[in-house]
Design a protein around this ligand. Structure first.
Ligand SMILES: NC(=O)c1ccc[n+]([C@@H]2O[C@H](COP(=O)([O-])OP(=O)(O)OC[C@H]3O[C@@H](n4cnc5c(N)ncnc54)[C@H](OP(=O)(O)O)[C@@H]3O)[C@@H](O)[C@H]2O)c1
Length: 351
């Protein structure tokens, strides 16, 4: 099987104009409702006109298993190879990769997914939104979902920069050692895409979450965003640079470091003597690591009373969640997998 790469990847503009041409053809065809068109040549309208021929066509198509097609929408110049490999390993049979995707590109690309197969086969097409810019990925996802109408939809998963799957894996690893409803969690660098999701998921589970940043305004903004999504969220902003971090961490039962790659956020002395801390997770895999004293491979490694996880220690679960979420896309045509839904998938895997 040949996978699309940068050399043979469909050009967005020509794909858009094809999609546009297809839309024009729809409009030029004899009066049919949108839904009748969507059911295409296998729909009710055609059946009434040519019952015997359509009956044969319907029978033969029923025997053909529709290929699993994944549309990969990515804001980066080159759609993520990582995401493509995971898709291949998960049984996706045809991957349509688009890079440099803007919000304006989305509608015709989604039309290509929803107007081609009969309703019963829509579950064999799905959309994955990736890219390194998580905010852009959110906008693309929002536009994807806004393009759907009635039953004309396919399942979609948003995991730009791995933010949702990574956050879910971190939260599930930590919750083996604490119960969120009576836990104070410190999220170091809680302003980035992964940190914000860790904070949102744990706040929704009832934790008191202290969101750290080098900058008070960014921490406040992250808190505000979570409060607007999670009713009753107990989130507080903390500035973590130029302060005695040991004192802050002493309040915490759990610590999750979500800092940029290659940045150390906490020294060993900041956390190793804590009487309260039960679990510490570092998601930075690039030396210097995010929490001094935690190795990238640690997976529930005990240091005193603290269960320690490093980025690769969490990475195995992250990959399982990513793969299971992709499989789930092809089980229905109406799943929208964002952080919360991806966390639920992880819970089923770890229960
Ligand atoms: N294992 C995996 O599969 C996987 C997948 C995705 C991500 N990751 C890792 O997870 C971590 C978080 O990812 P992300 O995309 O959310 O990270 P990010 O956006 O690159 O950075 C997160 C936060 O780090 C802080 N930061 C940036 N530069 C800093 C510096 N020089 N000194 C101190 N703090 C700094 C910033 O917070 P403030 O400016 O507010 O202080 C920023 O919001 C990264 O280490 C990433 O590599 C792992």
């Amino acid at each position: 099987m040949k996978w699309s790469n940068s050399a043979n990847r469909p050009n967005i503009r020509s794909a858009d104009s094809r999609a546009k041409r297809q839309t024009d053809n729809e409009q030029a065809s004899p009066p049919q409702s949108g839904l009748a068109f969507c059911c295409g040549m296998f729909g009710e309208g055609r059946r009434r006109l040519q019952p015997s021929i359509t009956h044969r066509v319907t029978n033969s198509t029923a025997q053909i298993m529709k290929k699993k097609i994944l549309l990969q929408l990515d804001g980066d110049k080159h759609a993520s190879v990582f995401d493509a490999v995971v898709a291949a390993d998960t049984g996706v049979e045809r991957l349509l990769q688009y890079g440099n995707v803007t919000v304006d590109d989305v509608e015709p690309l989604v039309h290509g997914c929803i107007f081609t197969r009969g309703l019963a086969d829509l579950a064999s097409t799905a959309i994955f939104v990736g890219g390194s810019d998580v905010q852009h990925g959110e906008l693309l996802t929002e536009r994807v979902v806004r393009t759907f109408f009635g039953p004309m939809r396919v399942s979609v998963m948003m995991d730009a920069n791995g933010a949702n799957t990574t956050a879910a894996a971190a939260v599930l690893s930590a919750e083996k050692h604490v119960s969120w409803s009576d836990t104070t969690l410190v999220v170091l660098a809680g302003t980035g895409p992964v940190g914000q999701r860790v904070a949102r998921l744990t706040a929704a589970a009832g934790a008191r979450v202290l969101i750290g940043s080098r900058n008070q305004d960014r921490a406040d903004q992250a808190c505000q965003q979570i409060r607007s999504r999670v009713e009753g969220a107990q989130v507080e902003s903390i500035v973590t640079s130029g302060v005695d971090l040991k004192q802050t961490i002493a309040e915490a039962d759990a610590l999750i470091a979500c800092g940029a790659a290659g940045i150390c956020l906490a020294e060993a002395a900041d956390w190793q003597d804590s009487a309260k801390l039960r679990v510490a997770v570092d998601l930075n895999a690039v030396p210097p690591l995010g929490i001094d004293g935690i190795d990238v491979m640690h997976k529930a490694e005990m240091k005193g009373n603290v269960a320690c996880y490093g980025a690769i220690g969490v990475g195995g679960l992250k990959m399982k969640i990513h793969k299971r979420a992709l499989e789930q896309l092809f089980e229905s045509n109406n799943a929208v997998l964002d952080a919360e839904q991806i966390l639920e998938i992880g819970k089923l895997l770890t229960s």
